[in-house]
Design a protein around this ligand. Structure first.
Ligand code: ZN
Length: 464
């Protein structure tokens, strides 16, 4: 007779709320049921994990993925959540967008995702028209989806790109924010900062609608077409509009790429704005002078001086979360003949936690509790799934990553076990990979093998 379904013994638990402490952790059913003195729960579990010499972290959360962009959402749900377990990710947010009425189409998409996720997930819906704005109350009340995205980069392109009857100009955004502000449960608005009037002029056309093959086009030219200030100005503009409608605490600037934008976010906070700022993994990992099509993404990766500012703003609390802008694709489709005709986006989720533990904590840029905060706890708070997710507390979901900071692995697509046959992070030597990943009390990944069940993950209906 044992007292608990699962016991993790002998590890060092890390949460931003408490810091680092040695403890045994027990789970019963889906949730954490006890946190006790080290060694005190040994022998008390039906299943036991010996975490001696390792760190026990809340499972990582990637709030910024795009499952279902280049392949069906069913296929992405299956392959990407499976691969995520390798990197200790136990929850993702999926920025999902379709032109049709969400009231009419989402049941079908839930039917595709529910049988396929290995870990929990939530949708954030990209709104593309005034009709979508009108659906916000239905989406919140009937679908349990309380988070949304406003793509400033599709301003003036939505009609042609998505076939909607809307240009996604600022009057659309104004209506969007006002409608959200009127909802009486907590919501979140992910905001893609880009002044397209500036970037389109620099690109000599709309890069979201046309891409003329150009032999000479390369990464650094892309950065010139998407300068940091066009991101910065747009973020300030969006944040100001949100503040006008008393919505600033729910305004979330996604994928901050430039040091200038990160510094401006700090200024906004000083001026009394209360908003969220996210950077994405690749801005910390790659630079334009060395990157090729494998890191092609919008906004583009920039330069070392931007990277240094992003790390500083991550350390001082200005940037609160890290996402990956994860997209699954395969090299046959991803890499074109030239940089121009290579696809935007690449996979990243499963590399996030080891990268931050290695390059952030290992290099002395941020503390271990801060690493947990930016890869899990703050994302749970920003997207309103805390304290169900993002922490290790009695009553929280038992989502855990038991990581070994002493063992290093070389990143390969094969090691990551996701749906892509390449990784832009290939060849990096990273420590901090999980030996065990636990999803709601069940061991889902163990010493290199995925042992969890497809379909065990479920949509996190909010408000929780
Ligand atoms: Zn994105």
């Amino acid at each position: 007779m044992t007292d608990h379904d699962l016991v993790v013994t002998g590890g060092t638990v890390v949460t931003p709320e408490v810091g680092e402490f040695e403890a045994d952790v027990a789970a019963d059913g889906d949730v954490i049921s006890a946190i006790a003195a080290p060694g005190s729960l040994a022998g008390e579990g039906d299943t036991e994990v010996d975490a001696t010499g390792k760190y026990v972290l809340p499972g990582a959360i990637d709030p910024h993925t795009h499952h279902g962009i280049y392949r069906g959402v069913d296929e992405d749900a299956k392959s990407e959540s499976r691969g995520n377990l390798v990197g200790g990710v136990t929850t993702i947010g999926n920025f999902f967008r379709r032109a049709g009425s969400y009231e009419e189409i989402m049941d079908d998409y839930f039917a595709q995702t529910e049988p396929n996720y290995y870990h929990d997930y939530f949708f954030s819906l990209g709104l593309l028209s005034f009709e979508h704005v009108e659906e916000i109350p239905y989406i919140v009340e009937e679908l349990g989806i309380t988070s949304f995205k406003w793509y400033m980069n599709y301003k003036n392109a939505a009609r042609e790109k998505f076939g909607v009857d809307c240009d996604m100009r600022d009057d659309f955004g104004d209506a969007f924010i006002q409608k959200l502000a009127a909802v009486d449960v907590p919501t979140t608005l992910g905001y893609h900062s880009e002044n397209v009037e500036i970037t389109n002029a620099l690109a000599g056309g709309n890069p979201y609608l046309e891409s003329e093959p150009d032999e000479d086009y390369d990464y650094e030219e892309m950065v010139e077409e998407f300068p940091g200030y066009a991101e910065t100005q747009s973020m300030v503009s969006g944040a100001a509009l949100a503040k006008q409608h008393d919505y600033d605490d729910s305004f979330y600037a996604v994928h901050i790429s430039s040091g200038r934008t990160a510094n401006e976010l700090k200024e906004l906070r000083k001026a009394g704005y209360d908003l969220w700022g996210e950077t994405t993994l690749h801005y910390l990992a790659a630079t334009a002078d060395e990157a090729g099509a494998e890191f092609k993404v919008n906004p583009p990766v920039r330069y070392e001086e931007d990277q240094e500012v992003l790390w500083d703003r991550l350390a001082d609390g200005t940037i609160q979360t890290i996402g990956c802008d994860h997209i699954a694709n395969v090299s046959e489709n991803k890499f074109g003949e030239t940089f121009t005709d290579s696809l935007l986006g690449f996979p990243g989720s499963s590399v996030m936690l080891p990268f931050i533990l290695t390059e952030g904590v290992g290099e002395g840029r941020i503390s271990l509790p801060r690493a947990v905060e930016v890869t899990s706890t703050n994302s749970a708070k920003a997207w309103n799934v805390y304290p169900k997710k993002g922490t290790i507390q009695v009553g929280s979901d038992a989502d855990l990553a038991v990581v070994d900071l002493d063992e290093t692995e070389t990143v390969t697509a094969e090691f990551l076990q996701g749906g892509s046959d390449y990784s832009p992070y290939e060849g990096m030597e990273l420590a901090g990979w999980p030996t065990h990943t636990v999803v709601r009390g069940q061991i889902a990944y163990e010493n290199g093998d995925v042992v969890g069940d497809k379909g065990y993950g479920t949509h996190i209906d909010r408000p929780i």
